[in-house]
Design a protein around this ligand. Structure first.
Ligand code: ADP
Length: 389
């Protein structure tokens, strides 16, 4: 009998790379050739009962090779001793067939090097109506905090909402939602998301410790994300919010390309530097034909918790002007306020714990705009092209 899928790094029987390759012999590509002979396999990591690798593809093959990916994962899972198999599709070439994969986490570059064509579309996820990405040009602008409160705002509108924390090198959603523990595995071998404040949450932070994710390379990151997206018992959802890794490098581009996104939201602080980064985010999603639903200005004004005086310490209105210039909607602004930081750290986000307060109302208004544009399709598709120098 196959052992129960374990999401912890405790393994009893070792599986070798050769065992994996033998199992994959039976997996055929559309041209009839076997997967190992195709030269498309990246490095196979077999660590105890956990097996991780990816299949190298051209972005236009996402749909055609999704069934091969699933078959490869199923074949490896059937091996005795395998407790977890993560197989992804990757745009990176396998080592030895050209440029090698980088030796650490995929570095975040200033812009995508090999932009994927805008034609390939990833297959949708049954039961999920809209998937949206929340992205930022750089870290620390409040992307995760905004994603969490946006998801809760959508839930407050009466929608069925999920949150996928794809910020693989710095998962924040477990803390923001005040969640810990491991997802259970259902009878059909899907992971059950954890649930809090009416939102279903899945994060790499529930599955592996931080150090493990830190050493993953691009293909492994994509494998893990594919599994978190497609092998989770999300059930019926109106919206799945994806908290993207910060930045606009190749890793983010691959996620944008391989995820069936209905739209993307960009979070920016008002500073010029962040706005330049935000512009890169807009350009990245446009490159892969994902509509940009709009820009949110976070930390727009500092509101003194003692006297209520409002100061624009990072400047103000920059994101709104930027949105107008680049032809994407401005979704709204969130102040820099101690309560937002404190409640986030405590796992009691303002949208859930102070829904009538001014901060929650600001998130709610943004959630309403996002939902309206998803439902009406009123998003910036025909906006001007942005050139990055
Ligand atoms: P990112 O995901 O962009 O790296 P986070 O959401 O983790 O950023 O936010 C970074 C820090 O800023 C956190 O400590 C968070 O609590 C705080 N923060 C985010 N938005 C606000 C805000 N509007 N007001 C006050 N603190 C905020």
């Amino acid at each position: 009998m196959q052992p129960e899928a374990s999401l912890t790094p405790e393994f009893h029987v070792s599986v070798s790379r050769d065992d994996v390759l033998r199992a994959l012999e039976a997996v055929k590509l559309p041209d009839g050739g076997s997967l190992p002979a195709s030269g498309r396999l990246t490095e196979i990591v077999a660590d105890g009962g956990k097996v991780i690798f990816a299949i190298s593809i051209d972005p236009s093959e996402v749909n055609a090779l999704e069934s091969v990916r699933a078959a490869a994962e199923a074949a490896v899972k059937r091996l005795a001793g395998v407790t977890q198999a993560l197989v992804g599709l990757t745009g990176e070439r396998p080592q030895g067939s050209g440029a090698p994969a980088p030796a650490g986490p995929t570095p975040l570059r200033s812009g995508p090097k090999n932009p994927a064509p805008a034609t390939a579309k990833a297959t949708g996820i049954p039961g999920i109506k809209h998937i949206i990405a929340v992205a930022s040009g750089k870290g620390g602008v409040g992307k995760s905090t905004t994603s969490c409160n946006l998801a809760l705002g959508l839930a407050a509108l009466g929608l069925k909402v999920g949150m996928l924390d794809a910020d693989i090198y710095g998962p924040s959603q477990p803390k923001l939602f005040g969640l810990s523990g491991k997802p259970r595995v259902s009878a059909d071998r899907k992971m059950e998301p954890l649930e809090r404040y009416g939102v279903k949450v899945m994060s790499i932070g529930f599955l592996v410790d931080e150090e493990t994710a830190m050493i993953w390379r691009g293909p492994m990151v994509m494998s893990a994300l594919t599994q978190m997206l497609r092998e989770v018992a999300w059930g019926d959802l109106d919206v799945l919010v994806i908290d993207m890794p910060p930045g606009t490098g190749d890793a983010q581009l691959t996620i944008a390309q391989q995820t069936p996104l209905a739209g993307a939201v960009i979070v920016s602080t008002p500073q010029d530097l962040a706005l330049l980064d935000a512009r890169r985010g807009v350009a990245m999603f446009r490159k892969v034909s994902v509509p940009v639903l709009g820009i949110i200005e976070n930390m727009a004004n500092f509101c003194c918790p003692n006297c209520g005086h409002v100061s624009p310490i990072f400047g103000h209105g920059g994101a709104k002007a930027e949105a107008e210039k680049t032809g994407v909607p401005f979704l709204g602004e969130i102040p820099l306020h101690m309560d937002i930081r404190a409640t986030s750290d405590e796992g009691r986000p303002v949208m859930a714990t102070a829904p009538d307060g001014p901060h929650a109302q600001a998130y709610l208004a943004i959630a309403r705009r996002v939902w309206d544009s998803l439902e009406t399709g009123a998003v910036a598709r025909a906006a001007p092209r942005i050139v990055i120098e």
